[in-house]
Design a protein around this ligand. Structure first.
Ligand SMILES: C[S@@+](CC[C@H](N)C(=O)[O-])C[C@H]1O[C@@H](n2cnc3c(N)ncnc32)[C@H](O)[C@@H]1O
Length: 173
């Protein structure tokens, strides 16, 4: 779904222990690179210990990405946006836009609230902001608001909601 291919540069925002980075690493091959970023040093140290040769990891926050404009082909973020302070989420998605090259792809995965209203209420109490219905609604505002073109949204299994978007190519290209 991320459209990943050999040679791509991928940024994994809120990479945690690097699970998704390690899944993506073989897809970009030795010419590509996956960079994971997370504010938690213990998470980053864990990821570094298990890192394939084409992955590297940095401590940092999604709302202030330490990378130049247009420096990635793909940005992914799994189950991390709901961990960010509410006031930082918009800035984080704008940063994802900034570091993507024109034509590059963004894939955000978040928890999906249960469809059953009672189960949704219980899940919101037990799991907090991760599964509140506002997460898909919030992304529906933040992603286009940052300038990205949403290509698809959907669900995978009972818990995962995703947004698949593109930074529009530069005018005239
Ligand atoms: C549930 S974990 C998900 C980790 C990983 N992406 C995965 O799918 O296994 C959420 C991660 O978001 C990170 N996080 C919290 N605040 C963040 C921020 N402001 N910017 C980027 N990541 C953040 C946490 O440190 C944590 O590692």
């Amino acid at each position: 779904m991320s459209g990943t291919g050999p040679g791509d540069r991928i940024l994994d925002v809120g990479c945690g222990t690097g699970y998704l980075s390690r899944v993506l690493a073989p897809l970009v091959g030795p010419e590509g690179r996956v960079i994971g970023l997370d504010p938690s040093l213990p998470m980053i140290e864990h990821a570094r210990r298990r890192s394939p040769g084409n992955c590297s990891y940095e401590v940092g926050e999604g709302q202030a990405l330490p990378f130049p404009e247009a420096s990635f082909d793909i940005v992914v973020s799994s189950f991390a946006v709901h961990h960010m302070p509410g006031s930082a989420r918009g800035a984080a998605v704008r940063e994802m836009f900034r570091v993507l090259r024109p034509g590059g792809r963004l894939l955000i995965a978040e928890f999906r609230p249960p469809v059953n209203p009672l189960a949704a209420r219980l899940a919101a109490i037990v799991a907090g902001p991760a599964v509140r219905p506002t997460m898909p609604e919030l992304l529906a505002t933040l992603v286009p608001g940052a300038g990205l073109r949403v290509e698809s949204t959907g669900t995978v299994g009972p818990v995962l909601y995703y947004v698949n978007a593109v930074r529009p190519p530069a005018a005239g290209s």
